[in-house]
Design a protein around this ligand. Structure first.
Ligand SMILES: NC(=O)c1ccc[n+]([C@@H]2O[C@H](COP(=O)([O-])OP(=O)(O)OC[C@H]3O[C@@H](n4cnc5c(N)ncnc54)[C@H](OP(=O)(O)O)[C@@H]3O)[C@@H](O)[C@H]2O)c1
Length: 219
């Protein structure tokens, strides 16, 4: 599959490592330009590109930059992607890092709905509660007793199916966590956030979530 990764940090770097290892054709971008990604490219075989080219022809695009950087992405950053592109959003709102975001705190948008509005494209929320190192260390074959599950939320059922299949290939089970308006269930400080559990444990944790934004995640 042709996959574009926007953000080459903890999550973007490790997704680049695993997706190339699985044989996918990965383009990866950061804010400073492809010349700063030569080490990652040599290690993985991924193609470093300017951010404006990351989505070109991609069937899956992963947006994995700090939330405060989403508005800095060039407009039309997803132009040129494949028609049915699935856009994965790994983001979390940390007011201490991202500054106060009124759309989330005052208007009550879920973090991914806010991101979606900036991108002008539907997203699938996945990996936001997954430790970056677990992408490398915790993948397991289907059926393994200690295989962990990740919650996946999104409104576009076709894109969600694509993303769940890709996550399965990466070595994790998935749980359908509903649409983007339900995705507060997997935001920071929710029971599922950072949880290492199988399908049953993740399903239970999603059900226990409460919609109120925790004090520690307000500015
Ligand atoms: N770390 C984790 O374990 C973890 C787990 C789950 C979810 N998340 C969430 O996933 C998101 C990314 O986290 P991370 O830890 O991977 O971040 P990170 O290590 O800080 O990396 C951020 C990446 O985004 C790039 N970037 C920033 N602004 C950009 C722009 N305008 N255009 C293109 N690229 C840009 C940075 O490029 P430069 O270096 O060139 O500036 C860098 O490669 C965050 O919302 C975070 O909360 C993180």
């Amino acid at each position: 599959m042709k996959i574009g990764i926007i953000g080459a940090g903890n999550i973007g770097g490790n997704l680049t490592r695993r997706l190339t290892a699985l044989g996918h054709d990965v383009s990866v971008a950061n804010s400073r330009g492809p010349q700063t990604l030569t080490a990652l490219a040599e290690e993985t075989g991924a193609t470093p590109v300017p951010v404006t080219e990351a989505a070109r022809g991609a069937e899956v695009v992963v947006v994995t930059v700090p939330l405060k950087s989403v508005p800095d992405l060039p407009s039309g950053v997803l132009d040129g992607a494949a028609d049915q592109v699935a856009v994965i959003d790994t983001g979390n709102y940390y007011p201490q890092r991202d500054g106060r975001i009124a759309g989330i705190e005052d208007d009550g948008l879920t973090e991914s709905r806010w991101t979606e509005r900036h991108l002008g494209h539907a997203v699938i929320k996945a990996f936001n509660g997954t430790y970056a190192q677990d992408i490398l260390d915790r993948h397991r074959p289907a059926g393994a007793a200690d295989r962990i599950a990740l919650p996946v939320a999104g409104d576009d059922e076709t894109a969600k199916r694509t993303v769940r299949a890709l996550i399965d290939e990466l070595g994790f089970d998935t749980v359908d966590a509903g649409g983007i308006d339900d995705s507060w269930r997997q935001q920071p400080d929710s029971p599922v956030y950072g949880l290492r559990a199988g399908v049953e444990g993740v399903t239970e944790a999603l059900a226990k979530a409460r919609p109120e934004r925790p004090e520690a995640f307000r500015a």
